[in-house]
Design a protein. Structure first.
Lengths: 236, 306
């Protein structure tokens, strides 16, 4: 299988200390694949490695068969990958619309950008109401909408989502997860990194469990959620 | 005081303020995208005025003495060469030091300033003496009683204003400007939007340095003289202006530039000591301002970067 995202034996270190120690996994096209793990096991580091923000010191990352290991971030994005970062990371001093425009930074046609902004407003009517507001002055929930909308602006093949439930109310988490499902139904491959095990597996097709820098379990989402060992590895 | 004389001082102050503002904008842009202080910025300006001067000599040497062509040639050569110089400084001195302490960048650019200054002094023909910058602008003047408005001053002021408006439009209305603002706010997230970070940094340094080169030619045209040491004081003043305005804010830098010029003008005409103390006065007020508002005048309210 050459389609989709493939991570092979990746080691990534900060200041010479390995955070990822030989991670291998595959994200199949059209599916929702999740990576579960508690705080500090290297989930965000893996996202950073895929995006080229922190270059792996060993291993290979391929997307649709093409080696993207260590590419500059903007080139990784140019391959059709997009990211909804941990903590939403909207640009606080830019308006809602400018934030959305940045999501489509590599799209040259203004008509296409316009069209996608309208699409984002259809999914999140609240963003349309606030399109001239500075993103930093919005509530956490609204910023989450903006971050998701921005991630879709490049019309990505693969969307990396890092802890979408972080810091949101349970109601909002639920809404967010159903939006993620809807995005996937439109044909976008999703790699979802989360701590929230139950809700994440409920919408995922396939899951991996990361612990101390390595994958300790994997399987179909359904099987994984019924697996006691996973619970133990996860919380233990 | 006589009203005509007052008008004269206001025009002089605006002229100085415009030059300071154009220098300060560079400091603030560089700080915005990379969090660095580019201390050779004033000397980069000086290089700009010498490139412009050389271009005029070169045009004269091939027999062109139309002042409009000479002026355009000087500006194009100066802005072009210095924009490239700025990008090279970013590429080979500033970007490679990104992961080291900011003090290193400060020190290196400070040393680069000395290198640029001394190179012009040593390698430019008779570089240690001031050069007479040709008066290319019309030398007419309007006289209203005791107030004389020189056409060249007016043209320089309008040109500076147009440049500031153009810069404002680039930053606020273009895709490049959006990228610069995004990088200034959050470099990594900007990269994940697909922005080529290094390219944005290089272009920002090119723009900031090109604007300084423009100020350098303006300086030459206004004083009709350039000198290898011109950049030192202009750099310090531009830096001070950027700081008083709130480092990182373009409008703060512009405000700071005009404020500093106002202080100098007040120091030289309205206060009871010799005009030689105008810089002492202006910098003393800057110190007081910094103690009063450590984050600058604009940043205090909006803390907006670029």
């Amino acid at each position: 299988m050459t389609e989709g995202l493939k991570i092979e034996n990746v080691y990534t270190a900060y200041d010479k200390a390995d955070v990822l120690e030989g991670v291998s996994l595959a994200v199949r096209p059209g599916k929702i694949t999740c990576l579960l793990g508690s705080n500090g096991v290297g989930k965000t580091t893996l996202i950073r490695s895929i995006l080229g923000l922190t270059v792996p010191r060993e291993g290979r990352i391929t997307f649709n068969g093409q080696d993207i290991t260590g590419l500059s971030t903007h080139k990784v994005i140019a391959n059709g990958i997009s990211c909804i970062p941990e903590g939403r990371k909207v640009f606080p001093k830019l308006t809602v619309e400018e934030n959305l425009r940045l999501g489509a930074y590599q799209v040259k046609s203004d008509a296409v950008i316009r069209e996608r902004i309208e699409e984002a407003y259809e999914i999140f009517p609240r963003l349309k109401e606030r399109h001239v507001q500075l993103a930093g002055t919005m509530s956490g929930g609204e910023q989450a909408m903006l971050s998701i909308g921005r991630g879709l602006m490049s019309s990505p093949q693969l969307l990396l989502i890092d802890e979408p439930s972080l810091g949101l109310s349970p109601l909002f988490v639920k809404e967010n997860f159903s939006i993620i499902e809807r995005i996937n139904e439109r044909g976008v491959t999703i790699f979802l990194v989360e701590q929230n095990m139950r809700q994440t597996l409920a919408i995922s097709d396939y899951g991996y469990v990361l612990s101390k820098g390595g994958v300790v379990a994997e399987g179909d989402a359904k099987a994984l959620s019924e697996n006691d060992e996973v619970h133990q590895a996860y919380f233990g | 005081m006589d009203i005509g004389l007052l008008g004269q001082y206001v025009i002089n102050g605006l002229m100085l303020g415009m030059m300071y503002a154009l220098v300060a904008v560079g400091f603030t842009l560089f700080f915005g995208v990379l969090n660095v202080i580019q201390f050779s910025h004033g000397d980069v300006l000086m290089v700009g005025s010498f490139v412009g001067y050389t271009a005029i000599l070169a045009l004269a040497a091939i027999g062109i003495d139309n002042p409009i062509i000479e002026l355009l040639g000087a500006l194009l050569a100066s802005v072009g060469v210095v924009a490239l110089l700025g990008a090279l400084i970013a590429r080979y001195l500033v970007l490679p030091l990104r992961s080291s302490p900011p003090l290193n960048t400060l020190l290196i650019t400070l040393m680069l300033g000395t290198v640029l200054r001394e190179s012009v002094r040593l390698f430019f023909p008779d570089g240690s003496n001031p050069k007479r910058f040709p008066a290319l602008l019309p030398d007419e003047a309007f006289t209203f009683g005791s107030f004389t408005l020189r056409v060249d001053s007016l043209m320089l002021l309008i040109a500076g204003l147009l440049l500031i408006v153009a810069l404002h439009l680039v930053i606020n209305r273009t895709r490049l400007g959006l990228a610069i603002r995004a990088v200034a706010q959050d470099e990594e997230t900007a990269m994940t939007m697909g922005i080529n970070f290094r390219l944005v940094v290089l272009v920002t340094f090119a723009i900031g340095s090109g604007v300084a080169a423009f100020a350098g030619v303006m300086n030459g045209l206004y004083y009709n003289e350039i000198n290898f040491g011109n950049g030192l004081l202009l750099g310090v003043i531009g830096f001070a202006a950027a700081i008083i305005g709130g480092l990182g804010s373009i409008y703060g830098a512009i405000l700071g530039g005009f404020l500093f010029a106002a202080l100098q003008t007040i120091g030289s005409v309205a206060l009871p000591f010799a005009s030689a103390y105008k810089d002492v006065f202006a910098f003393a007020v800057v110190i007081v301002l910094m103690a009063w508002r450590p984050t600058g005048l604009i940043a205090e309210r909006t803390s907006e970067r670029v």
